[in-house]
Design a protein around this ligand. Sequence first.
Ligand code: LLP
Length: 430
Amino acid sequence: MGGFEYERGHLHCEGVSAAEIVDRYGTPVYVYSGAELRRRVAEFREAFAALDPLICFSVKSCPNTHICRLLREAGCGFDVVSGGELFRVLRAGADAKRVVFAGVGKTEREIREAIATGVGLVNVESQAELEQMIAIAGGAGVTLDAAIRVNPDVDAHSHEYTTTGRKQTKFGIDFDQVPEVFRRFGHSRSVRLRGVHVHLGSPVSDPGVFAQGVGRVLELTEALRGEGFGIDTFDIGGGFAAAYRDGDAPSPADYARVLVPLLRDRGLRFILEPGRAIAANAGVLLARVLRVKRSGGRRFVIVDAAMNDLIRPALYQAYHFVWPVQADGYVPESRGGEQPFEALEVCDIVGPVCECGDFLARERAIPPVRRGELLAVFSAGAYAMSMASQYNSRPRAAEVLVCDGRARLIRRRETCEDLVRPEEEIEPGG
Ligand code: LLP
């Protein structure tokens, strides 16, 4: 279970008791395992060693600056999609040259920031954006390195909202239009088109489909190089799956098995942009049971974490394994599989937010729990805190990082003062 194990019936993160973390920092709280984050980066590095890629952690999955710092120290660069993410990774000490900047709607200000900070590669999502970038970089008398994000029209069969490589989506430049874009702008001196980028979706659970999309773009790249364009960088994007149920996702090695033979010895520099595959299972969300209620023939376990802390179940009908922190005689055999216990109770695990969509798990068989007990929501290291909101005026939860057997706060719990501060700190006349 990543860095999380049941020891003597109680959940621990790298030997630190989850219950003790809650005693110190309260609930809801996200807890991350530093060792697991590092282990996943090492797994990617080893699997893709033959390509010697730059692993650019996808910041949107888990943007805490302390996590970014840890990942930078583990050798990662970063995939950012906003000025805010760029700000964060620079705060975390990132070398801007090891940062790639994507996003369909970069503002002029963000383009200028990418130039000013010396971002290594900007991934271009439309011809109009490229023209704007050429004008800005040309005006500033600088050269910006860029890649064309190619939309290969390959269906990743992910959730509709996170399938980005089909041509009906807003992402990238249509496969068929890319040669024309290179012919028109490929020799610009202010924006040097030295790369191609592809990201099919999130997650791309079938390595064969991943290879299909990458293969299409590789063929196009070779054709463009044949025409004399100096493409030396290939960013194959992210979307490597994470196991939300034990064993339900390919490993980095499974992806490498199909991708490395395709890509090696091409004379290209490779970039990978994994997010969830590194962070998802390196984090849990701990919540306390507020009360248990029966209604309409259903059993609701109401906890103090909600859709504002983890929106994935509501937004994508995503599965997250949930289990008591103090499981005693009910230590789970795996995350998500059949459990060998008879006395489980089927319930909906819900938050206090005023929406029926506010659930963390539905119709889930878990050990009987009572008010005051703690539940762990697993695989909450990616797209959990990063998508959190203050909906229902709920201050955002704390984040704790466990490293070398020590838990430390890496984001304090927000307060009610934090809720109103931006409304009160307004200049007179503003
Ligand atoms: N690169 C690009 C260009 C991306 O758009 C994304 C994710 C990634 C890399 C990282 O994907 P990953 O390796 O983490 O799958 N909120 C959704 C996921 C949205 C992902 C958007 N882009 C979720 O909770 O599943």
